[in-house]
Design a protein around this ligand. Structure first.
Ligand SMILES: [Zn+2]
Length: 57
């Protein structure tokens, strides 16, 4: 699956704030995801991101 900045994605695990959805704000070797509920920013490597993302919304 291809991901682009601005995509909203769902993850397997929920964020402590209760949200499962994230906005992609950075793609590349490192992915940056912003929680759509609390705006927390998660920085993870691409491989890990692909494992935790279940689908695009
Ligand atoms: Zn959150």
């Amino acid at each position: 699956m291809e991901y682009n900045i601005g995509d909203i994605v769902k993850t397997k695990k929920k964020h402590p704030c209760g949200s499962y959805t994230w906005e992609i704000i950075g793609v590349g070797v490192i992915f940056k995801l912003k929680c759509t509920n609390c705006s927390h920013i998660l920085v993870i490597d691409r491989q890990k991101a692909k494992k935790i993302i279940t689908k695009k919304i």
